[in-house]
Design a protein around this ligand. Sequence first.
Ligand SMILES: Cc1cc2nc3c(=O)[nH]c(=O)nc-3n(C[C@H](O)[C@H](O)[C@H](O)COP(=O)(O)O)c2cc1C
Length: 340
Amino acid sequence: MSTPLSPVALNLTRPGPSRRFCVAPMMDWSDRHYRFFARLISRHALLYTEMVTTGAVLHGDRERFLGYSPEEQPLALQLGGSNAGELAQCARLAEQAGYAEVNLNVGCPSDRVQNNLIGACLMGHPGLVVDGVKAMLDACTIPVTVKHRIGINGRDSYEQLLDFVGQVHDAGCQTFIVHARIAILEGLSPKENREIPPLRYEVVHQLKKDFPQLEIILNGGLTDLDQMQQHMQTLDGVMVGREAYHNPYLLAGVDQAFYGDDAPVRSRIEVLQALRPYIAAHTDQGGSMHHVTRHILGLFQGLPGARHFRRRLSTEIHRTEQPLALYDEVVEDMVGRVRG
Ligand SMILES: Cc1cc2nc3c(=O)[nH]c(=O)nc-3n(C[C@H](O)[C@H](O)[C@H](O)COP(=O)(O)O)c2cc1C
């Protein structure tokens, strides 16, 4: 007899997107152009925006901070902030803008955001996260999720993690995306904070054992789909950041492996061809081709011609008056190399 599915697995609480495979929020990387490109490779992966602060959403250029192409869906908005009223307003705007989920960032260790009580430092202020999550849940009907670390320096015991997740769960949050390392809030750069504190996947697995009713998504250092499938035997999903950016064709295996979708996947060349009209529309509106193509440089990673592709698109692009002609030439060139 199979085990009955929990309300989380059935998504009875707040219908939302499947989070079996998520592409992480990454400042300056997971912008709308990257997401459009990623969507050409996987139809099902849940994509996250870069973190947008509540201040930027409420007082900045709305189109810049909330705008996206409908093709990017399913798409989650990540917010940075800790003022419950502002988070609520932003959650409402996220729903109105059509986002499938709104996520609160409790994992970013940057000094700049700590000063504003944004990101990982909030793990030391669970009460603020509780108030923020409650306010967001009251303000919208889309799922509200939290992305956090397994701890921060000075608050890194498992009991403290249990207390944090327990309190935020009591506030109504069902989904926790857990970056499986602590953040060290003083003395390490954000980049070092993604590399130096050791990964502790076992802590996330234990969390799922202690909170089987919650949806627990594992993040941090995942690079290989088989390895991710192993984690899926216990956990509800995975979130991948750097590997999905540097080696985007990893996403080609996702629909089949995580969603059982056997529909044909675009080849790398087909991805480039499908991206062309998007680039043309962007340049027609006065945008630079580089805004888009800077995200695709890793498409051929591991294949012959990968360096050539990367070099032409990253250096020649700045010298040409005819970027689309260069794009066509590079695609043609890669057609020859892939065949050859
Ligand atoms: C360039 C860059 C920017 C990032 N920006 C954010 C962000 O805006 N919000 C966030 O929650 N995490 C951010 N992260 C962290 C990632 O979401 C993820 O937690 C981390 O990279 C670990 O996953 P990975 O090993 O699969 O890359 C960023 C990571 C990178 C590399």
